[in-house]
Design a protein around this ligand. Structure first.
Ligand SMILES: Cc1ncc(COP(=O)(O)O)c(C=O)c1O
Length: 446
């Protein structure tokens, strides 16, 4: 609990409003602990049940999370508009930031030339009646997906993969429903699930994807949707193998009502083949984001799926945001059509692969097993996240604590390799080795 922020209120509504205001103004930043229920109740002279109700309301809206002995804390990305800088404080000056999970900006294709070409050939303005998915973009997207074995289905566009996931979950599930997700899994997805009032059920992941037994257990426990990452799983780098895809497909034949969502965010950057599950259930959706290969600021993902599922997403978009701007659609199409951009994306993929495998090899030389089959992150199991993060900070590196990504998985660190230079690999591996195996405290010798 921030020593500076005084929660006030005499009713559950007032107390939750006071905490929400603290979150909004960043007096209670992400990760801040709220006081224990009884302590706050005594301080405010209300009953513990009143404080419990306030905390429960904030939990149901995804602002806070309660984790056993760790108490109740502000979620990493609570769904109230805190100042952007408060959402993810920058690492202390002088630290190399390997915590962000961002693509290397120098490896993203520049938009300038394509924007200039679009400006020169802008055509007539599009009004409300003309908005929607551009047929030429849909055709190009279908061809690209078909080349990767994704079955032809209906197609729409969303403002990124996470927007697509939100629309899918919103259209199929109700607050309180359970969703099976990878554990460890993408922190932003866990925050979205909390904000929608849904319950995550964790599924363990190995390098070949979510474990079939884990998926089976989650479905038996009542999950109504399953969200899988095809490749470059965040944070472990797992990629669904042919064998795992076959096993999962077989399992899913027994769960025809399940909403199956596949997130292929690595898309053109992935250097491992795609093994889609698309079509394994009646309700399915396959999302391919433009963020990683072409740039997060495009805010665009292609969503294909069965007719009903896509119609729900497209119909809901139509009554709200309307459509994804055709300006962005034309920009993405221009990027797809430019062979120089394709070469640039290939070079980026190669560069990520080289840096990731170099770090994994340097760790292996030091007797440390880490994970990172694909993508821009390496996952390093550690006995204690706090001491490992602190040791690395003292050595000049900022990495992400695994707690952001875990439900019941073992502790670990997520290390984003996209900011690494080749010359960083040895000093980073040395620092990681020291952080994972801290020296015995003074006075104890073997
Ligand atoms: C697992 C996963 N899915 C999707 C994305 C990209 O999402 P969006 O398309 O919303 O930018 C990311 C980005 O980090 C990710 O890690």
């Amino acid at each position: 609990m921030s020593a500076r922020y005084q929660v006030t209120g005499a009713t559950a509504v007032e107390i939750s409003a006071s905490i929400e205001s603290g979150i909004r103004t960043a007096a209670l930043p992400p990760g801040a602990a709220l006081p224990p229920v009884r302590a706050l109740a005594a301080e405010l002279a209300v009953s513990p049940a009143t404080v419990s109700r306030a905390y429960q309301e904030l939990r149901q809206r995804g602002l806070v999370a309660t984790a056993g002995r760790h108490g109740t804390r502000v979620r990493p990305r609570p769904p109230v508009a805190a100042r952007r800088s408060a959402l993810r404080p920058p690492p202390a000056p002088g630290l190399r930031d390997l915590s962000a999970g961002e693509p290397d900006p120098s490896l993203l294709p520049p938009f300038g030339p394509h924007l200039a070409a679009l400006a020169a050939d802008a055509g007539a303005s599009i009004g409300y009646s003309g908005g929607g998915v551009l047929p030429e973009l849909a055709e190009a997207a279908r061809a690209r997906l078909a080349a990767d074995g994704v079955p032809a289905g209906e197609l729409t566009l969303t403002g990124g993969a996470l927007d697509g996931i939100e629309r899918l979950l919103g259209a199929h599930l109700r607050p309180g429903d359970a969703v099976a997700v990878e554990d460890p899994g993408w922190a932003n997805l866990l925050d979205l699930i909390a904000a929608l009032g849904l319950r995550p059920i964790g599924v363990p992941v190995d390098d070949e994807g979510p474990l079939t037994a884990g998926v089976s257990a989650a479905l038996s426990a009542g999950a109504r949707a399953l969200i899988l990452t095809s490749r470059a799983q965040n944070p472990t780098g797992a990629a669904i193998s042919a064998a795992r895809a076959a096993a999962l497909r077989e399992l899913l034949t027994g769960w025809p009502e399940l909403l199956l969502i596949e997130d292929d965010h690595a898309a053109e950057l992935a250097r491992v083949p795609l093994h889609p599950l698309a079509g394994a259930t009646r309700s399915w959706a396959f999302l391919r984001s433009a963020s990683k290969p072409f740039g997060p600021d495009l805010r665009l993902a292609v969503l294909v799926g069965d007719e009903t599922t896509v119609a729900r997403v497209a119909g809901r978009t139509r009554v709200g945001a309307g459509w994804v701007s055709t300006v962005l659609q034309r920009l993405l199409l221009a990027l797809w059509r430019d062979p120089a951009v394709a070469e640039q994306v290939d070079r980026a993929a190669e560069s990520y692969e080289r840096r990731r495998t170099a770090l994994l090899a340097a760790l292996a030389e030091r007797g440390i097993e880490a994970r990172g089959r694909s993508g821009i992150n390496v996952w390093l199991p550690v006995p204690d996240e706090t001491s490992a993060v602190t040791a690395l900070r003292d050595a000049g590196w900022s990495v992400a604590p695994g707690a952001l990504y875990r439900i019941a998985a073992e502790p670990g660190l997520r290390i984003t390799i996209s900011p690494l230079a080749d010359t960083d690999v040895t000093p980073l591996a040395d620092a990681l080795a020291r952080a994972v195996r801290p020296p015995h405290p003074g006075g104890f010798t073997a």
